[in-house]
Design a protein around this ligand. Structure first.
Ligand SMILES: Nc1ncnc2c1ncn2[C@@H]1O[C@H](COP(=O)(O)OP(=O)(O)OP(=O)(O)O)[C@@H](O)[C@H]1O
Ligand SMILES: CC(C)(CO)[C@@H](O)C(=O)NCCC(=O)O
Ligand SMILES: [K+]
Length: 246
């Protein structure tokens, strides 16, 4: 059984192919490269699950899957059967990538409180109660947006690639920006995780899981208990498997 999992994000499409329960490969495509999906995935696919936070591109991806492999992908939405209770005031407003990540976290840590930190275009912090309630959380601009904001709105600041500087005291514009963006983001996420944890779980223990393309950047500062780059794909796989039996 080969299952295709696709998360369509604001910067890129993140995909993976599961052979039975094993994730055999992952790939990223920029929005302009969506036509390369069939070549990335290859031959036979038996089932597909998709989440998208870019409505304007969703149909394009779904159509490509349908035409290439002759299957109807399962769309993960707030309204499809997924087993979690979304505590957003309006559940449909929750990003389905956050829902997919929560499903992945639940599969990895059943019966535990989890806080998911997804570091992509936006950084999101999402609280998942061990009873299956997705409580909500926080959204802030991702590290690349921090860098872009400075470069676009100032005359003298260059656009740097986000990185982990050795020191907080920068002695050039590049070093100073690297420091501000990295340690600033780290601090912001720490504060959010602490508050979300306290409000959601009180003194109860929670596992903090990092995911998303920028998460490895923060992998060495004690922010995460676990780094699971393919968390969203794992959630989509769980969703695809549950569709099959229902
Ligand atoms: N394993 C990795 N380690 C370091 N950087 C990575 C890794 N995977 C991807 N990246 C880079 O991280 C950046 C962001 O990746 P990701 O696709 O998660 O975020 P995004 O595309 O900004 O998010 P989204 O499209 O989901 O909003 C990209 O520039 C990508 O090249
Ligand atoms: C926050 C992003 C952009 C992260 O990809 C996405 O999850 C989204 O568009 N969410 C909708 C708003 C929300 O989750 O509250
Ligand atoms: K928007």
């Amino acid at each position: 059984m080969r299952t295709l999992a696709i998360s369509l994000g604001n910067t890129s499409l993140f995909g993976g192919v599961f052979v039975d329960d094993r994730l055999s490969r992952t790939f990223r495509l920029a929005h302009g490269e969506l036509h390369r999906l069939p070549a990335q995935v290859g031959k036979s696919i038996d089932a597909a699950a998709v989440c998208s936070v870019v409505p304007a591109l969703t149909a394009r991806v779904v159509t490509r899957i349908r035409r290439t492999w002759r299957i109807q992908p399962g769309m993960l939405t707030a309204d499809t059967a997924h087993g979690l209770t979304i505590r957003y005031r309006r559940p449909r407003e929750l990003g389905t990538d956050r829902l997919a990540a929560a499903l992945g976290a639940r599969a990895l840590y059943p019966r535990r409180h989890v806080i998911v930190v997804d570091c992509g275009t936006a950084t999101t912090v999402t609280a998942l109660h061990r009873d299956g309630r997705l409580l909500g959380g926080a959204i802030l601009p991702g590290v690349t947006l921090w860098v872009d904001a400075l470069a676009v709105r100032t005359a003298q600041l260059p656009r740097i690639a986000p990185r982990r500087p050795r020191t907080a005291v920068g002695r050039s514009p590049m070093e100073a920006i690297a420091s501000g963006v990295f340690f600033g983001h780290l601090g912001a996420v720490r504060e959010l995780v602490a508050r979300v944890r306290r409000e959601s779980f009180g003194r109860g223990a929670a596992i903090v899981v990092g995911t998303g393309g920028h998460a490895p950047l923060f992998g060495h500062d004690g922010l995460f208990d676990a780094l699971v780059p393919d968390l969203v794909l794992r959630g989509l796989h769980v969703f695809a498997a549950s569709r099959k039996v229902s």
